[in-house]
Design a protein around this ligand. Structure first.
Ligand code: SDX
Length: 436
């Protein structure tokens, strides 16, 4: 953090002593006003529910420019990573700060590959769930349960332990997601195969059966790998902030990542891809293209409570660069599968076209986000709608780990403990029940 020559002065109209607040500059993006001494010197808190104007940390991992619609992982534009790298290279970059050379990549891939199996006991957790349990309920449980297997071998303050936990989590998430899926359809679990790529292995664990050889489709394998890259990290979003706050107590990384999975499930966050696909299917069932106008009127009517899922973003006030790449991936996958005329894809493109020309959306700077097209391509690959957010969690695990590791590795970090503006009842005495 570079101190700025500019200072902020806070003065009070009641003559209370004013205060100078230092300002810090980052490499790029908004400066920050350092308020760490504010309460000590003024007895006042800042107030920022939803953290619209609050930087919770300094970070070197991901940078988003909401106005330009730019996303950089460790300085590399997402468009270049999605085109020139694979997901495990991107994992290495997010964890280590630099892209791997060939030998570093081979070593990293080898470590991940050799940690893809989960303890055989894990399968007994599945049996505790109903077959129709939501996969995110199952995944939240399974990831938390990993603590039971590794908690005693994870000293969160030991960098080597954190590295092993990172490899274990990245390696085992595909296996756990596939197990949750197989359990829901009553098929046997499929063990990982070490001669497949990360994404190819996941496809096989999801769709293979013991009855015949499974052949990985390279177009789907590449598409899924790109989907993982696009979802890998995204600065201090709700689930990442959850992982940081949870991890700040010193709990083990598996418990902190389980908290991230739980937060991501919400429809305002990672659950939006599932909600978006359900929205498209609803419009299709209502009559498809002929009903788009009517649906959009509902979206613009505040009282309807209807939102265009997959649209809008707290940071992006321009096109989410991931949505563009996701639309391209959609085209590739639908073409490969002969589904170019997929009615939901046509519907999504129509909704986007209308929204981008409609004043309601233009005024509020609402554009498609990463979730708008991701559901269509996952559905085309054969992934069931309720599993979409679990795929998002699988991909985001590396981002959560990198952010948690950055925080724990910072000697200055403290347990997160926000304050409040109390507007409840002032102190009062308990009356005997007879007189209440
Ligand atoms: C993700 O933070 C991240 O980085 C998240 C994420 C990541 O990678 O981690 O990018 C992943 O979560 C993407 C977002 C997925 N969510 C959705 O697609 C759900 C639909 N979108 C929204 O609910 C909303 O846009 C949010 C939650 C994404 C952002 O909400 P904000 O920043 O709190 O904005 P807001 O709700 O205050 O909306 C501002 C205005 C409001 O209208 P007014 O009160 O000003 O009149 O825009 C309207 C909202 O009603 N609005 C929408 C809308 N999103 C916002 N109106 C219709 N449809 C929408 N989708």
């Amino acid at each position: 953090m570079t101190p700025s020559d500019v200072k902020a002065t806070l003065s009070f109209s009641d003559g209370s002593p004013s205060m100078e607040l230092p300002i810090y500059k980052g490499t790029v993006g908004p400066d920050v006003i350092d308020i760490r001494k504010l309460y000590g010197q003024t007895g006042k808190f800042t107030y920022d529910p939803g953290f619209l104007s609050t930087a919770s940390c300094n970070s070197t991992i991901t940078y988003i420019d909401g106005d330009k619609g730019e996303l950089l992982y460790r300085g590399y534009p997402i468009e270049q990573l999605a085109t020139n790298c694979d997901f495990l290279e991107t994992c290495y970059l997010l964890l280590n700060g630099e892209l791997p050379n060939q030998s570093q990549k081979d070593e990293f891939v080898g470590r991940v590959t050799n940690h893809t199996m989960v303890n055989e006991q894990m399968q007994f957790f599945l049996r505790g769930f109903r077959r129709d349990a939501h996969p995110m309920a199952v995944l939240t449980g399974l990831v938390g349960a990993l603590s039971a297997f590794y908690h005693d071998s994870t000293d969160i303050n030991n960098p080597e332990h954190r590295k092993i936990a990172a490899i274990r989590l990245i390696a085992k998430m595909p296996t756990l997601v596939a197990m949750a899926y197989k359990y829901s359809i009553g098929q046997p679990f499929v063990y990982p195969k070490n001669d497949l790529s990360y994404s190819g292995n996941f496809l096989r664990m999801m769709f293979a059966t013991p009855c015949e050889e499974y052949k990985v489709n390279p177009v789907l394998e590449r598409a899924l790998d790109r989907i993982f890259i696009l979802h890998a990290d995204h600065e201090q979003n709700a689930s990442t902030s959850t992982v940081r706050l949870c991890g700040s107590s010193g709990t083990n990384p598996f418990a902190a990542i389980a908290a991230g999975v739980a937060c991501l499930w919400g429809p305002a966050h990672g659950g939006a891809n599932e909600a978006c696909l359900n929205m498209l299917e609803e419009i299709q069932a209502m009559g498809g293209m002929s009903k788009v106008g009517e649906f959009m009127e509902k979206v613009k009517d505040k009282n309807s409570g209807v939102r265009l899922m997959g649209f809008g973003h707290r940071v992006y006030k321009n096109y989410d660069p991931r949505a563009k790449l996701m639309q391209e991936t959609c085209n590739e996958v639908l073409a490969e599968l002969g589904l170019e005329n997929d009615p939901l894809f046509a519907l999504a493109k129509k909704l986007e076209q209308i929204a981008l020309e409609d004043d309601y959306f233009v005024q509020r700077k609402l554009y498609p986000n990463v979730d708008f097209y991701s559901g269509i391509v996952q559905r085309a690959i054969g992934i069931p709608v309720p599993l979409f957010t679990a795929i998002f969690a699988l991909a985001r695990t590396v981002g959560w780990i990198a952010q948690l590791d950055e925080m724990i590795g910072d000697p200055e970090y403290k347990i997160g403990r926000p304050r409040q503006l109390f507007v409840g009842a002032a102190k009062r005495d308990v009356a005997p029940i007879a007189s209440r």
